[in-house]
Design a binder for this molecule. Structure first.
Ligand SMILES: Cc1cc2nc3c(=O)[nH]c(=O)nc-3n(C[C@H](O)[C@H](O)[C@H](O)COP(=O)(O)OP(=O)(O)OC[C@H]3O[C@@H](n4cnc5c(N)ncnc54)[C@H](O)[C@@H]3O)c2cc1C
Length: 248
């Protein structure tokens, strides 16, 4: 894939067809959307999706990271949406968007990206649906056949809420370059994860020492992103080597 960042025309709204809906966890679904006007994107970028909402004069839009790899094909994008109870957009995407339906999407956007030219080792820190752009990067590296070391520190409520659980397990087992450290925040007794608490400074320091990252990426709720970034800076990483994406 070309890494030259030539000026592209501004993204336009297009009506994508939902070609698949995958239940990832009890509250998260992946929607695969075929684009009538495919646009090349970089692993980790996001699209905006807008839907009509009763009582609102204009459609309401939200940002969703792309969980699929742009290589070898970018005609179909996959987004991973976690339902926020009481939210305007995510419950509709998770519960009321069937295969065959259409969705207005516009993108790509964002600089939270990784390709093999960026190198590694790469430390990725995610909470909940913050794992989606990392899946895009991990799937991209699998498709490219490169082997830059990647370590994903991934916080979920409990085992059944781990998004992409089986695919991540299979990839850890079948590649030399991917490690995943899970932490479960609401399952203090489970022996499955490496940690049983929210991501904190000690956890970040432990993984940091193990991975020796050249680059760190942090994605999820704003407070978690700020805490992890602070811990990485205190651990000696320079700010230019840290990329963050806040899901606010
Ligand atoms: C760059 C970026 C990428 C993102 N990628 C993803 C992704 O890959 N997957 C994903 O799931 N999310 C992602 N998000 C988050 C996503 O854009 C939405 O913010 C999220 O889905 C919630 O939208 P919503 O319309 O459902 O909820 P909103 O309507 O925005 O409401 C959010 C929450 O606030 C509460 N709320 C709303 N109004 C009030 C009020 N007046 N008082 C009290 N509470 C209120 C709602 O009950 C709900 O729980 C991303 C965000 C950004 C910025």
């Amino acid at each position: 894939m070309s890494e030259t960042r030539t000026r592209r025309p501004a993204p336009v709204w297009q009506s994508g067809e939902v070609v698949d809906v995958i239940e990832e966890t009890p509250e998260t679904k992946s929607l695969r959307i075929r684009l009538p006007q495919p646009v090349e994107f970089l692993p980790g970028q996001y699209f905006n999706i807008r839907i009509p909402v009763e009582g609102r004069p204009r459609p309401i839009q939200r940002a969703y990271s792309i969980g699929s790899s742009p290589f070898p094909n970018f005609e179909v994008i996959e987004v991973g949406v976690k339902e926020m109870l009481g939210g305007l957009v995510s419950p509709v995407l998770v519960r009321k968007t069937p295969v065959g339906g259409s969705l207005e999407v516009r993108g790509p956007y964002g600089t939270f990206t990784w390709t093999e030219g960026d190198g590694g080792p790469v430390l990725m820190v995610a909470a909940g649906s913050g794992v989606v752009p990392f899946m895009g990067m991990i799937r991209y590296q699998r498709e490219r056949g490169t082997a830059v070391p990647m370590h994903l520190l991934f916080s979920s409520k409990a085992e059944e809420f781990v998004i992409y659980r089986s695919e991540l397990e299979a990839m850890v087992a079948s590649t030399s370059w991917l490690e995943v450290s899970h932490t479960f925040t609401r399952d203090p007794t489970s022996a499955t994860p490496r940690f049983n608490r929210r991501i904190d400074k000690e956890m970040v320091s432990e993984i940091f020492a193990e991975v020796g990252p050249k680059l760190a990426y942090v994605c999820g709720p704003p407070e978690m992103v700020d805490d992890v970034e602070r811990a990485l800076l205190e651990g000696g990483m320079d700010s230019a080597s840290i990329k963050t994406e806040k899901y606010d």
